[in-house]
Ligand binder design. Structure first.
Ligand code: FES
Length: 106
């Protein structure tokens, strides 16, 4: 079965943009790590313990990314640069409808 491709653009604080592709059902962390996007890592492998995958998801994609579960919300409390659109990249699963999303790297 053919998998659907999704695209995400990571915007760095210096203004550099990186558009990468992956498969529907991948996490934002996987898209970043698999494509060598600097500034986003997945040190705990998606275990919601490291915050190295922290990123900012622009609207309207933040709204589409679903609610934070209590564990994600709790660990984000410890991220000094947290903003209202903060997410753990490992907890955002990219759907086909979200393709083209813009993600800012802290
Ligand atoms: S990979 Fe560690 S919290 Fe997301």
């Amino acid at each position: 079965m053919k998998t659907e491709t999704v695209y995400a653009t990571f915007v760095h604080s210096n203004g550099k943009h990186e558009t990468v592709e992956g498969e529907v059902g991948s996490s934002l962390m996987d898209l970043a790590v698999d494509n060598g996007v600097s500034g986003i890592q997945g040190q705990c492998g998606g275990g919601r313990t490291c915050t190295t995958c922290h990123c900012f998801v622009d609207e309207p994609w933040f709204e589409m990314s679903g609610d934070l579960d209590p564990d994600e919300a709790e660990i984000l409390e410890f991220v000094p640069e947290r903003q209202k659109d903060s997410r753990l990249g490992c907890q955002v699963i990219v759907t086909g409808a979200m393709s083209g999303l813009i993600v800012r790297v802290p």
